[in-house]
Design a protein around this ligand. Structure first.
Ligand code: F6P
Length: 345
């Protein structure tokens, strides 16, 4: 009889709905399908540095499927970040603690930064499996990260609500959606919420074009407009995207304009059913990989299939909205303004 495997789970980076569903998917599959020992690692990679662990059993996994956030806590600790006097000290300490704990594998749940750290730890000889999560949906190598669908629901609901107040006051409403590098959330929520203007980091925008478009809406008798902007669009450093764009619009169009910054509401609360399913499937699949000792992989979604890619192929690469994305083409065709000179609107 081989000794049952002992696995650690950590959640790192920005939190999102679905993290606990993923933890549950890993934990239940490990314990019930394979009789593995499961240990939670507190606060991302910090827990591995400080030996901060939470033994887990079926009871600890009960009631967390629908729970937002992460029961393990998270941090943005980057152990490979070069700090002068600590060059490589942190990765070596993690490896020592990993070995002292007798882990057979650690499941690292996170975004780009976490996948990069997991890939580097694999190169140091640790057995790791990565699960892609973030509301930004910008992890290269997977069609979807869990967290995205829940944030899309929240952002779309917020945009829906802006229509009624914009119409009551005949205003232009600017809403800022999260997405530091990628415009997936802004594009999807903007289209789902009937945004008239959608600005994303991947497409350069010209405010003269945006204001010309908005003025043409006023002229044609449209009572209000909805402008959706990603937080990561090009703008002066010290000002939020929503503030910058709202000021430019009010100046240029001459219509009362108000802004809403949706912020962390997009990261809070219970996961959507789709995110619960995706996170659970990712977690269960990760344990099947561990059972066959297929390490150094990131679990991913390709169409309807759950599969994996080598972490070395993924490690921290961003998945951005391509300029020829079908939804962009639909937006152009439906007269949505993307602020892009190419559109000539
Ligand atoms: O990566 C997800 C995300 O929510 C981004 O959209 C946002 O810019 C960032 O995290 C905020 O980071 P923090 O939680 O560290 O403030």
């Amino acid at each position: 009889m081989t000794k049952p495997k002992k696995i650690g789970i950590l959640t790192a980076g920005g939190d999102c709905p679905g993290l606990n569903a993923a933890i549950r998917g890993v934990g239940k599959t490990a314990i019930l399908k394979y009789g593995m020992e499961v240990v939670g690692i507190s606060s991302g990679f910090l827990g591995l540095l400080h030996n901060d662990y939470i033994p887990m059993d079926e009871a600890s996994l009960s009631g967390i499927l629908t729970l937002g956030g992460t029961i393990l806590g998270t941090s943005r600790e980057k152990p490979f970040k070069k700090e002068h006097h600590l060059a490589n000290e942190k990765p070596l300490l993690i490896k020592k603690n990993y070995q002292k704990q007798g882990f057979d594998c650690i499941v690292c749940i996170g975004g780009n930064g976490t996948m990069r750290t997991a890939s580097l730890l694999a190169q140091e000889g640790l057995n790791v499996i990565g699960l892609p999560k973030t509301i930004d949906n910008d992890v290269w190598g997977t069609d979807q990260t869990f967290g995205f669908d829940s944030a899309l629901l929240i952002a779309t609901d917020a945009i829906d609500r802006l229509h009624t107040t914009a119409n009551s006051h005949k205003r232009i409403m600017v809403i800022e959606v999260m997405g530091h590098h990628a415009g997936w959330l802004s594009l999807y929520a903007g289209m789902a919420g009937g945004g008239d203007v959608i600005l994303i980091p991947e497409l350069p925008y010209d405010m003269k074009l945006v204001n010309k478009y908005l003025k043409s809406r006023v002229k044609s008798g449209k009572p209000y407009s909805i402008v959706v902007v990603a937080e990561g669009i090009k703008k002066p450093k010290k000002v939020s995207a929503a503030t910058y764009i709202a000021e430019k619009i009010e100046e240029g169009v001459g219509v009362e304009t108000r802004k809403t910054i949706l912020g962390y509401i997009q990261r809070g609360g219970s996961p959507s059913p789709m995110d619960r399913l995706l996170a659970s499937s990712y977690g269960a699949y990760a344990v099947d990989l561990i059972a066959r000792e297929d390490y150094g992989k990131m679990v991913m979604k390709n169409g309807e299939t759950i599969s994996y890619l080598p972490l070395s192929d993924v490690g921290g690469k961003l998945r951005l909205v391509p300029p020829d994305h079908p939804l962009l083409e639909k937006a152009y065709g439906m007269g949505v303004c993307l602020g892009n000179p190419m559109q000539g609107m």
